[in-house]
Design a protein around this ligand. Structure first.
Ligand SMILES: Cc1cc2nc3c(=O)[nH]c(=O)nc-3n(C[C@H](O)[C@H](O)[C@H](O)COP(=O)(O)OP(=O)(O)OC[C@H]3O[C@@H](n4cnc5c(N)ncnc54)[C@H](O)[C@@H]3O)c2cc1C
Length: 426
């Protein structure tokens, strides 16, 4: 089992950041945040901007979780598409969710700019259809976004043009979204940590929260400390476990895997992705890929639903990559790693409060680079008493997985395997 991010390309190219001390003794603060990923660090940044005294407790080191291991795609909108959202919550609410999705991408760019975060920010996502029918759906989606959301940064790309933009095989058309961004996810996360610390937040690594008690305030226990706080924010996402049983059933942890090839050189890199956009496909178990700054292919594909990672992650992901780029058969794979994210039943994040003092944001369902960053800002707003934008997210239904935390596995795994099989059958 390899749960360590040390094997990742990102860890090998991480910007330096001094370690943060573990929390010890009995300390007090206004808000304690559990989790040093995008959600927790963005919460801390936005609370500090409002003058709150904040402590972030991270079990490992900042960026150890999904925030330091992901594909680095910063997509527009929400993980669920607008048609689905319109059916789920109605047109007006769906529009607000779309706008928040755009706010999220802007927020990522603003934070990078404001705190001079060095994380290889680049523009555009090319999303491609692996079936003819998916291409027609993508074309309709573009028209829908242009007409009903006045979103003009997306356009449909037909097969001949797509073939000029990428040597990806078996694609029937796609969408080019120039509102999307992509970046080096771990360096973005480390930059957020530095920003939060510079703003005065106390960050504590190697400080796993074991449990907490609620009274007039919340007392948060680690092995070596008690943090007494007015509010608690759970920003643990796929690693929440049973820490908060009232909401754990909303999310399901799943594992996703990535590889990084050797550096490819400019010519081959441009043949794979001409314009340095990120790319993704329309499979249920999505493949996603992009180039790194040093022109490796960073490719994500394949999932698993147990706590075990495959023994040989490089080979596990390579087979998905070769289906799309058979020309990379002789290319060396330098890194392979996995991470755990949390999904929800309707693929919309679950934001809310388990009690007046305990807030949470999780279940970003593979869209967390922008939305977890935004969630942190919304959580800070809600704690400060301005819940208008928070409520746009928090009022989206968050059904629990049937069977709760104990029995949610069998049904989910059967469902996931069914859709993965449909991918393979085309
Ligand atoms: C392989 C992979 C690829 C992905 N690709 C993309 C992508 O391209 N685009 C995109 O938008 N999203 C992607 N995602 C999803 C995205 O990474 C997540 O949605 C996002 O990082 C969630 O951030 P977070 O801060 O909520 O959680 P995390 O980054 O997982 O952070 C949670 C932290 O909480 C800590 N923690 C948990 N429990 C405790 C405790 N008891 N005490 C103290 N600390 C605790 C953990 O150690 C962890 O560091 C991907 C995810 C994976 C795994």
């Amino acid at each position: 089992m390899n749960h360590s991010p040390a094997e990742s390309y990102y860890a090998a190219t991480a910007n330096a950041l001094p370690p943060f001390p573990a929390v010890t003794g009995e300390v007090r603060c206004d808000v304690c945040v559990i989790g040093g990923g995008y959600t927790g660090l963005s919460t801390a940044i936005h609370l500090r901007k409002r003058g709150y005294d904040v402590r972030v407790l991270e079990a490992h080191s900042v960026g150890w979780g999904a925030s330091g291991r992901n594909g680095g795609h910063v997509g527009t909108g929400q993980r669920a598409d607008q048609h689905t959202l319109e059916r789920l919550v109605g047109m007006d609410h769906a529009r607000q969710l779309w706008d928040l999705g755009l706010d999220a991408v802007n927020l990522v760019c603003e934070l990078i700019d404001e705190f001079a975060i060095d994380c290889d920010l680049a523009t555009g996502n090319l999303h491609v259809a692996h079936r003819q029918g998916d291409a027609a759906e993508l074309q309709q989606e573009v028209e829908h976004l242009q007409q009903h959301y006045n979103y003009q940064q997306i356009r449909y790309v037909n097969k001949p043009e797509l073939d000029e933009m990428s040597s990806a095989q078996g694609m029937h058309g796609g969408t080019l979204d120039l509102g999307a961004r992509h970046l080096h996810p771990l360096n973005y996360c480390l930059g957020l940590a530095r920003a939060a610390a510079d703003l005065g937040a106390s960050i504590h690594e190697h400080s796993r929260v074991l449990h907490y008690d609620e009274g007039e305030r919340v007392r948060v226990h680690t092995e070596s400390a008690v943090v007494d706080c007015g509010h608690l924010v759970l920003a643990c996402n796929g690693y929440l476990g049973k820490l908060e049983k009232r909401v754990a059933g909303q999310i399901m942890p799943i594992n996703n895997y990535m590889l990084a090839t050797e550096p490819l050189g400019e010519d081959l890199a441009q043949r794979l992705i001409r314009d340095d956009t990120s790319m993704s496909d329309s499979r249920f178990v999505i493949n996603y890929w992009k180039l790194s700054a040093d022109r490796r292919l960073l490719f994500g594909g394949g999932e698993s639903y147990t706590s075990r990672f495959p023994d040989d992650i490089r080979s596990f992901v390579r087979k998905y990559m070769l289906r799309i780029y058979p020309e990379l058969a002789d290319t060396r794979i330098d890194y392979g790693w996995g991470g755990t994210l949390a999904i929800t039943l309707n693929r919309m994040p679950a934001l809310g409060n388990a009690s007046p003092r305990v807030f949470y944001g999780h279940g970003f369902s593979g869209h967390g680079v922008p939305i977890a960053t935004l969630a942190g800002q919304l959580l800070a707003e809600a704690i400060a008493g301005t819940a208008e934008r928070f409520d746009v997210m928090a009022t989206v239904p968050s059904p629990k997985f049937p069977g709760g935390t104990l029995l949610r596995w069998p049904g989910l795994v059967a469902g996931m395997l069914y859709f993965a099989l449909r991918d393979r059958l085309g």
